[in-house]
Design a protein around this ligand. Structure first.
Ligand code: XIL
Length: 384
């Protein structure tokens, strides 16, 4: 993506969190945070302080990292219970010292759970899982009041994802984890989090809705949900970004279940569009229109980014080189930053909610589908 002529104004009054503070509803504008750059880079800390009113620990509060993943042998069951909260504490304490809300991420996620769990019997796993939830929530009680309890329990086709918890404890492990979390801290806000669930009328989007409706019907103590929002502007099929209408309607029916909804891990990959101008257009439109669509629903209380500077993004490690965030490598605002800020500011008292975004239709009066400038056609073989 080419460098655009950013106009650099570091006046706090124009920050994302300031725009959120003037909104007609509560808006968490949050980001994932890494302890290393927080301690080592003053621009990282300064941008975080200026722009965001909430943070989530990007990796160091997960089960494996808390047991010293990388240092300790997590194939040895003796590692269980050997917690080191140092890295997580660095981020959580910084946040509280700077008056930021903290969301705990994540108590139960098969991807970063210690591999030695495989050696346990079902009963032993049930015990260790319960103890893990009690231990971590107990340690942060009073500092972290909102938790992602379970993450990514659904497979791409909407079925329950095959993982150690499903294999050994059965489908009720999700319900059990929420009940244990509620026992561990009855005042905590408990969330279910998943990816590629942002669009209504898709297999995984519908499974997400039905999973949550089922938990609510069973009076499981669950208060809200997070839709990750790792958008890919060049995505097709299941990876195609939702239109504002699809996202808005998905959030509306979740809100009708009595749940809060947040976009929990937003980043926007564009490099596969292979046209720098289109990349900027697409990234701006996604950060603006999908955020307006989400916040236009009363149940949506937050927009959380999965990092904020292209200097520190998981995308480059997990996928490929891309610039999915709103600040460049020098912590300068990108066009997507102003697009996001404008979206939040459109909820300012007296502003016109929706900011002209196509919210109820996918096709506008001129017959153009949302995103037609950059949306990729479905590959031949994917056209049903
Ligand atoms: C990622 C972190 O960003 C990386 O630093 C880490 O190596 C792996 O996990 N969904 C989630 C997040 O719920 O926790 C993941 O975060 C990204 C996908």
């Amino acid at each position: 993506m080419t460098r655009n002529n950013y106009h650099n104004n570091n006046d706090n009054h124009d920050s994302l969190s300031h725009a959120a503070s003037r909104a007609c509803k509560h808006i968490d504008i949050g980001t994932a945070v890494l302890p290393q750059p927080l301690q080592a880079e003053s621009l990282y800390a300064a941008t975080l302080q200026r722009e965001f009113n909430a943070i989530v620990v990007e990796h160091d509060l997960k089960w494996g990292p808390l047991l010293g993943e990388g240092q300790n042998d997590l194939n040895d069951i003796k590692c269980l219970g050997q917690y080191d909260f140092t890295q997580a504490d660095i981020v959580v304490n910084w946040a509280l010292q700077h008056d930021k809300k903290v969301k705990g991420h994540v108590l139960v996620w098969h991807v970063t759970s210690p591999p030695c769990l495989q050696q346990l019997t079902a009963e032993q796993l049930r015990e260790h899982l319960q103890r893990h939830i009690y231990t971590v929530m107990g340690y942060f009680r009073g500092r972290i009041r909102t938790w992602d309890v379970v993450n990514e329990a659904l497979a791409p086709d909407g079925s329950l994802a095959e993982n150690i918890f499903l294999q050994k404890l059965g489908p009720s492990y999700i319900e059990k984890c929420f009940r244990w979390a509620h026992q561990a801290d009855p005042d905590a806000v408990l969330l279910y989090n998943d990816n590629k669930v942002e669009a209504i009328d898709t297999p995984k989007g519908d499974a997400f809705y039905h999973l949550l409706a089922d938990l609510k019907a069973k009076q499981v103590p669950i208060h809200g949900c997070g839709m990750q929002g790792h958008f890919n502007a060049a995505g097709t099929g299941r990876n195609r970004p939702p239109t504002p209408r699809m996202l808005k309607q998905q959030i509306r029916r979740l809100g009708d279940l009595g749940l809060t909804v947040n976009l929990s891990e937003v980043d926007v990959r564009t490099s596969r569009l292979e046209n720098p101008v289109l990349e900027t257009v697409a990234q701006k439109q996604i950060y603006h229109d999908l955020v307006v669509a989400a916040l236009s629903e009363p149940s949506c209380d937050g927009i959380w980014l999965w990092g904020f500077s292209d200097k520190h993004t998981w995308v480059s490690h997990f996928y490929y080189d891309d610039q999915p965030l709103i600040f460049d490598e020098d912590y300068q605002q990108k066009p997507s930053y102003y697009a996001l800020r404008e979206a939040i500011a459109s909820f300012g008292v007296g502003s016109v909610v929706g900011n002209g975004v196509l919210l109820e239709e996918d096709v506008n009066v001129h017959g153009n589908t949302w995103g037609h400038e950059w949306m990729q056609p479905e590959p031949e073989d994917e056209i049903c």
